[in-house]
Design a protein around this ligand. Structure first.
Ligand code: KG4
Ligand code: ZN
Length: 350
């Protein structure tokens, strides 16, 4: 069974032809970072325009690379939220037009669901034959969520951020440090040369919400520290101190993500934790989760790094599992920028 996946929720245009839920026949992703980086963040209008330009080209090339035609495609999976409204609309409109013209079933997919299912694209994970219920940590530029996956397509939110997402916090501090956008990977690289215990930055605890995250206090604390010690000009800091700031800041972010996730897994008696999203590439986070989980016999699974960031393979993979127990979307499928995992996608059909 070949599924076509389409992902345009943010700044990556991605198209994938996926066979039997795991074999990638073709995956093409075009990053728009070079168009956005001079603005220090994603410009929604530019994102939509780039998706419009790239989608038809990528689809054409992906079909060619896979050696198949649209007649071989069993269903079209498309991200319908959460994300930038205009960007989502480009992908969903494109998918609907194809579905209508070629009479192919359509499946609206939650982008976060894609991040969870990115784990199942890895050969090593597939061999483990993991089945719900399990816990998932999604840590990306827009999200930091702990999710209880009850069955394929059925989710319960355990924790989420009350302000900034973990990746957003990494990106904002990277910008303040003059490291460009996005900043998570650069901070990880520089943190390797620093001491994670050099500066104590705060870890937020939220009364009555043990599994929720808050990263804005941490962000303010790092900015204040830079104000005080570098007159808000981090380039004047000695290299060692600069590396210590990166390491101590990264430590605070990854500490919060890993401790809360493992605590939730212990509380819910879950022995499998899946991870996903761009921040899940981070080795410090991977080590912490594995180390904290081990004494409780919690097996923490990580997607292959190339599937952590946004891509259409994870969207097609989520659709493969979802299509087993939920109906296809109708052609009036729309987009929902604030879509949550505990909202059914069918809710989107007007
Ligand atoms: O999942 P993703 O590609 O996009 C969203 O859905 O948001 O995640 C992007 C985020 C950015 O905030 C980026 O800084 C972060 O993932 N990121 C990392 C690393 N690589 C990317 N964060 C920490 N360590 C990394 N190595
Ligand atoms: Zn994402």
């Amino acid at each position: 069974m070949i599924l076509l996946g389409i992902e345009t929720s943010c700044d990556e245009t991605s198209v994938c032809l996926l066979k039997d839920g795991c074999r990638i026949l073709s995956l093409l992703t075009s990053s728009q970072i070079s168009f956005h980086e001079k603005y220090g963040g994603i410009v929604p209008e530019i994102a939509s325009r780039q998706h419009i330009e790239m989608l038809p080209l990528l689809l054409h090339k992906a079909l060619q690379n896979a050696g198949v035609t649209l007649d071989d495609v069993r269903a079209i999976a498309v991200t319908c939220g959460p994300g930038l409204e205009g960007a989502l609309l480009v992908g969903v409109s494109f998918a609907k037009a194809l579905a209508f013209a070629k009479n192919i079933p359509l499946i609206g997919i939650n982008h976060l669901e894609g991040h969870i299912y990115s784990n199942f694209l890895s050969e090593k994970t597939r061999q483990k034959k993991i089945k719900p219920p399990f816990l998932a940590l999604i840590a990306s530029g827009g999200h930091s969520e702990i999710v209880h996956v009850l069955s394929h397509g059925k989710y319960r939110m355990i924790g989420e951020t009350v302000d900034d997402a973990s990746g957003e916090c990494l990106d904002k501090i990277a910008r303040a440090l003059g490291l460009g956008f996005p900043g998570g990977a650069v901070i990880e690289e520089l943190a390797k040369k620093g001491n994670p215990d050099a500066i104590h930055f705060p870890r937020a605890t939220l009364k009555g919400k043990p599994y929720h995250f808050s990263f804005s206090g941490l962000k303010t604390s790092v900015l204040r520290w830079l104000d005080k010690h570098a007159d808000s000009n981090p380039s004047t800091l000695p290299a060692d101190t600069f590396h210590d700031v990166c390491a101590s800041f990264q430590e605070a972010v990854m500490d919060a993500l890993s401790k809360k996730t493992i605590k939730a897994a212990v509380e819910l008696k879950m022995h499998t934790v899946l991870t996903g999203g761009g921040v899940a590439i981070n080795k410090c986070l991977r080590e912490k989760l594995s180390q904290l989980g081990a004494p409780h016999s919690i097996n923490v699974i990580f997607p292959d790094p190339e599937f952590c960031t946004d891509n259409a393979a994870m969207i097609a993979c989520a659709a493969y599992y979802r299509s087993k127990n939920s109906p296809f979307s109708k052609l009036d499928l729309t987009v929902y920028p604030q879509l949550r995992l505990d909202m059914p996608v069918n809710f989107l059909t007007r």
